[in-house]
Design a protein around this ligand. Sequence first.
Ligand code: NAD
Ligand code: ZN
Length: 367
Amino acid sequence: ASALTVPVPLGERAYDILVGRGLIGTVGSRIAALGARAAAIVTDEHVGPLYAQAFSDALQTHGLRTSVITLAPGEATKSYASLERVCDAVLEAKIERGDLVIALGGGVIGDLAGFAAAVVRRGVRFVQVPTTLLAQVDSSVGGKTGINSRHGKNLVGAFHQPSLVLADTALLDTLPLREMRAGYAEVVKYGLIDDARFFAWCERNWRGIFEGGMERDEAVAQSCRAKAAVVVRDEHETGDRALLNLGHTFGHALEKITAYDSARLVHGEGVAIGLNLAFRFSAALGLCPISDAERIEAHLTSVGLPTRLSHVPGGCGTVDELLDAMAQDKKVKGGSLTFILAKGIGQSFIAPGIEAGKVRTFLMSEI
Ligand code: NAD
Ligand code: ZN
């Protein structure tokens, strides 16, 4: 399998993202070249039975001692209890500082295993093998790791950069369509942030991405380039990494209102609605042509993603509930909120100081 390589130039912690079909069977040598003697593979009960054995075998062929830790699938696995399980299993497997923790799974496994790698023995090296589209284009890149607390999502964690990311696009062949669509919302997001040409490319090529053609590899690689560029400029999210939150202020509010119940709404679906709302809000504020918002909505609709508050199963709550949910989303100061708005497709910007009243008026017109 030939791979596309996306470098992430973070100085001493620089690493590569490899994107290609069938990578996990062929990159044993690449992983062995990291110089580890052992690897603890962390996975979940959906992914493990499909891919862990073949992957583990490929590593053993190159002289690595492997072990597999399998956890329950789902967001609830990003917990203190699972962290303890993973850390203990990693120690049990005698993983030393030079060895590897490998996350083989979606964002849940990536965040959890990455955090375990950050803290066990005060940090061991870590490889991401993302198996969802969301994880391949977003969560496996950037070094944010963590678990959830009773106080909220992702509140306990660390920045811990991987040593390598292997995005094997063939793994997505078994991903449920709904998860595929959800991850695709994040792909579209990169075009909308600052790359109008990529958005137009997505409009023409989305079928190939879903069907697993070369377009899938290209879309994953381009998304990783876009995220890596932002991460390299702003590794610890003090500045323009916030652009990656386009669509997420509304999206997070909807996730909160639907109680993070994936039967109702998964993250990427909230993002799809949020992207459309961010452009409609920008248009309502006179910043952006409404025709751009309409073009985005048409595209998201054609791939089968929700775009409107009315598309939230079980309802999106009242305007007040939505505002409350947004106010809890850390980006609030006084009576105003920080949004990512846009002057057009590919022209987003950070807009601090948006008055809550303006958001209210907009939401009233949308509900
Ligand atoms: P997920 O890990 O829960 O995976 C979704 C579902 O797909 C699960 O049921 C999983 O078992 C299944 N699955 C995974 N790969 C599969 C495959 N190849 N074939 C069949 N089934 C498969 O969800 P996700 O959307 O990948 O990740 C969401 C998580 O990512 C959230 O916890 C979120 O906070 C986190 N996240 C982190 C970052 C970051 O920067 N660290 C960024 C975005 C999201
Ligand atoms: Zn997201």
